[in-house]
Ligand binder design. Structure first.
Ligand SMILES: [Zn+2]
Length: 255
């Protein structure tokens, strides 16, 4: 897929109201670091899917980009499937071409901190830094601040949620986990996702393991055979009120 002219401007215009307000407020304090900060939600060329009416699933990939990400993007592009990526800030700087490819494909991009710590064990100032610095690193590549945040290890508490909200981000968890970090077997990953998936599911995967991208081609085919539409996290919530900063989401709506 290729970028279309004017998509950035149009994507900004399509932004959900709640996040627009949150990010506009942020602009007063972060303008120097990120002069352009329309939220990265739904690129202009992605479809509107009503996930209250059709079966949707959001595949999400954490910890990248890595040397395995390019092959995964090739799979997604050939399948015309979209996904959501939660990036570690320094990885975004190291693999800029992959980040831009994700963005131009229409994939959603979220924040997954700078050093992948257990945020619930850190002083609040360090929590803020982990989220904000990664957001700035991602924005330095895409030109857009992320509006999605996923805490490393899924470890969050009220302070983490508030810190994400302060930076204008929704906290995106999951409700299907094939534990690809433990089971380095594409066939196992496919079976585990298919056993747990239901309409509105958010699936957590990792593009840091060599064995995860090879699971994705058959997984996409099997999900589509079961009637699922593969969407990004913002698409998943687009017709049910959108995503709101400082709110924790584990799954989207379903028919
Ligand atoms: Zn992670």
């Amino acid at each position: 897929m290729t970028a279309r002219p004017g998509r950035h401007r149009t994507a900004a215009a399509l932004t959900a109201t709640a996040l627009s307000v949150a990010v506009s407020a942020l602009g007063t304090t972060t303008a120097a670091a990120a002069p352009q900060h329309p939220p990265l939600t739904r690129p202009a060329h992605t479809r509107t899917v009503d996930c209250r009416a059709v079966r949707c699933v959001a595949l999400t990939f954490d910890d990248g980009p890595t040397r395995y990400t390019a092959a995964l993007l090739t799979t997604l592009e050939h399948s015309h499937a979209l996904a959501t990526f939660f990036l570690i800030g320094p990885h975004a700087l190291q693999y800029r071409a992959d980040v831009l490819r994700e963005y131009r494909d229409g994939d959603a991009i979220g924040d997954h901190t700078v050093t992948h710590p257990h945020l619930t064990l850190l002083p609040l100032a360090q929590v803020d830094h982990q989220i904000e610095a990664a957001a700035q690193q991602i924005a330095s590549v895409t030109g857009h601040r992320p509006v999605l945040f996923r805490p490393p290890f899924g470890a969050w508490n009220a302070r983490v949620r508030e810190a994400a909200g302060t930076t204008g981000m929704a906290v995106v968890m999951w409700n299907v986990d094939p534990q690809d970090w433990k089971h380095h077997d594409p066939a196992f990953i496919d079976r585990a996702v298919l056993a747990g998936v239901r309409p509105g599911a958010i699936v957590v995967l990792h593009d840091r393991y060599a064995t995860t991208p090879p699971a994705v081609p058959r997984l996409i085919d099997a999900l589509r055979a079961r009637g699922y539409d593969l969407v990004t996290v913002p698409q998943l919530f687009a017709t049910s009120g959108g995503l709101h900063s400082g709110v924790v989401y584990h799954h989207g709506p379903g028919p």
